[in-house]
Design a protein around this ligand. Structure first.
Ligand code: GUN
Length: 288
């Protein structure tokens, strides 16, 4: 059975749109910052802006060249932090090395950190404190599981990847009271990987390696969530390439009880959860 990320994202966005309308005359505003011209980042930010506008929100975008100084970028983030008409701030990753991704994320006010990447929000998530912004991709995964009617409590969730953007916050979310999964996090130094992934009731692949998860790594009946978005050459396509996930979909799908496709699985949920976080930020600031 396929988990339809597009359909579930549509439900979430309809709810967000209603929330945005109810907040009038305040219009939630998400400010995007992009550094350089990484083609994937260009397309992700454009998609996020389009969906924000469809949900009735305002979005803005500031572009910086690849060689922007940290001072200049920080000055812009400080201005966005101080602007009461801006509710959410998102700096698209990856960033050039000289900027220091963690320092950049931490420059964002925690209450405007709709990506959930600041020390404060990761800490709040670990504390299970109310009002933490959870990173959009893991939050989207949880929403997919919930809205697919899956009971997570007591299940063994195996996460492939330990990134700040997906792996680590996914582990915290699934572990939290209410979801109550038993969580294992695997990474590039994990030994006997297939032995561990075969014990997963829920397998989350977030390693950025095209079709890395093969059928022998998955138990019969497992739920498989594919976070990967990898472009690979494909001579049969007009564009010369196509998108594949971190899971070898054709081989794994027959074994899985539920599986997300790429595209159309986790991707649209990441965008939907960003809008949900931005609405929450605006609601919080409007009620402060
Ligand atoms: N790059 C890949 N995913 C994300 C995300 O969710 N947020 C940001 N800011 N950058 C990303």
């Amino acid at each position: 059975m396929l988990i339809d990320g597009n359909a579930i994202a549509k439900q979430v966005l309809a709810e967000v749109k209603a929330g945005v309308a109810a907040l009038a005359p305040v219009v939630p505003h998400v400010a995007f910052v992009r550094v350089g011209d990484d083609p994937a980042s260009v397309s992700y930010v454009a998609k996020k802006q389009k969906v924000a506008e469809e949900a009735g929100m305002k979005s803005s975008l500031r572009l910086f060249p690849e060689n922007v100084s940290r001072e200049e970028l920080f000055a812009h983030l400080d201005a966005l932090n101080a602007d009461p008409s801006v509710h959410g701030i998102l700096v698209q990753a990856p960033l050039p090395k000289h900027l220091g991704e963690t320092e950049v994320f931490n420059r964002i006010l925690p209450d405007k950190d709709v990506d959930g990447f600041t020390t404060q929000n990761i800490g709040r998530l670990a504390q299970e404190a109310p009002g933490a912004f959870a990173a959009c991709t893991p939050a989207g995964i949880v929403e997919l599981l919930r809205r697919s009617g899956l009971v997570v409590a007591g299940k063994h969730a195996v996460i492939l990847g330990r990134s700040l953007i997906v792996g680590k916050p996914a582990a915290l979310l699934l572990l939290a009271k209410g979801l109550d999964a038993t969580v294992t996090v695997c990474h590039s130094r994990t030994r006997n990987l297939a032995e561990i992934t075969r014990r997963a009731d829920i397998l989350i692949a977030a390693i950025g390696k095209p079709r890395f998860v093969t059928a022998d790594m998955v138990a019969e009946g497992a739920v498989v969530i594919d976070v990967g978005i990898n472009r690979i050459p494909d001579a049969t396509r007009k564009s010369g390439s196509r998108l594949v996930g971190d899971v070898d979909f054709e081989a794994v799908a027959p074994k899985a009880s539920l599986i997300t496709p790429v595209p159309g699985g986790v991707g649209p949920m990441t965008v939907a959860m960003l809008m949900k976080n931005t609405l929450a930020a605006a609601q919080r600031l409007a009620n402060a």
